[in-house]
Design a protein around this ligand. Sequence first.
Ligand SMILES: CC(C)(COP(=O)(O)OP(=O)(O)OC[C@H]1O[C@@H](n2cnc3c(N)ncnc32)[C@H](O)[C@@H]1OP(=O)(O)O)[C@@H](O)C(=O)NCCC(=O)NCCS
Length: 226
Amino acid sequence: MTRIEGEDQGFGEDASAPRSRRARHVVRRVVPSDVGTLVEVLARAFDDDPVPQWLFRGDRRRRRGLRAFFAIQLRHTYLERGEVYTTEDLAGAALWSPPGRARPGWRDLVRLVPVMPYLTGLGRDAPEAARLLSAVDAARPRDPHWYLATLGTDPDRQRTGVGSALLGSVLHEVDAEGLPAYLESSKESNLSFYNQHGFEVTGEIRTPRGGPTLWLMWRQARPPAA
Ligand SMILES: CC(C)(COP(=O)(O)OP(=O)(O)OC[C@H]1O[C@@H](n2cnc3c(N)ncnc32)[C@H](O)[C@@H]1OP(=O)(O)O)[C@@H](O)C(=O)NCCC(=O)NCCS
């Protein structure tokens, strides 16, 4: 894949906003020195997400668990084997796994051991959490695709076009390759955002006793604009 660097090509602009208010964001690859800031950004972005709310019982435990999780996910999984993008002001991050790269396996599970102490409040829902992880893995399509593992914008910067810029710039390249893309959304309120970028819901994974629902979303490649 070619380098994705340069201005957002309009994906993040709100057409109803006056031009002066439209945000433009430069998207670039994440480098190791960004990781500390982006761990905090992603932990804040996902603090109210139904999955961590369910997995990490208690505010303190959840914040620490999220930080531990994103530090491992960024540093060890996606910087090593994926593609990770941010904006020049580190307002958000998108973690992608391109087709043909190794999918998370036992090595990645072992690396998640530092997150385990924060899961101790799960109690009788622990087997459900394991079932959820395994259902997510089983549902992932086998056809070659770009997988969006994580997309998050700092809460103070949401609705200013950061998420659209991060998503749109990679999708632009993915379309050029003629490949589909896939993600799981843990918030129903995000579905319209992803719909706007061409993703369609193809399934749902539910957990019992008020646990989270995940929406599975697939996006066919779009012909690049002439
Ligand atoms: C989902 C998420 C990544 C979107 O990122 P974002 O930076 O807020 O995205 P954008 O600003 O590009 O677009 C979001 C909305 O703001 C609107 N918007 C964009 N720029 C705007 C502007 N300048 N003024 C007003 N609204 C604007 C968009 O039209 C869009 O509206 P919609 O949701 O009604 O379709 C972000 O909300 C987030 O991090 N959420 C928490 C973590 C999460 O749920 N991640 C996804 C996991 S599946």
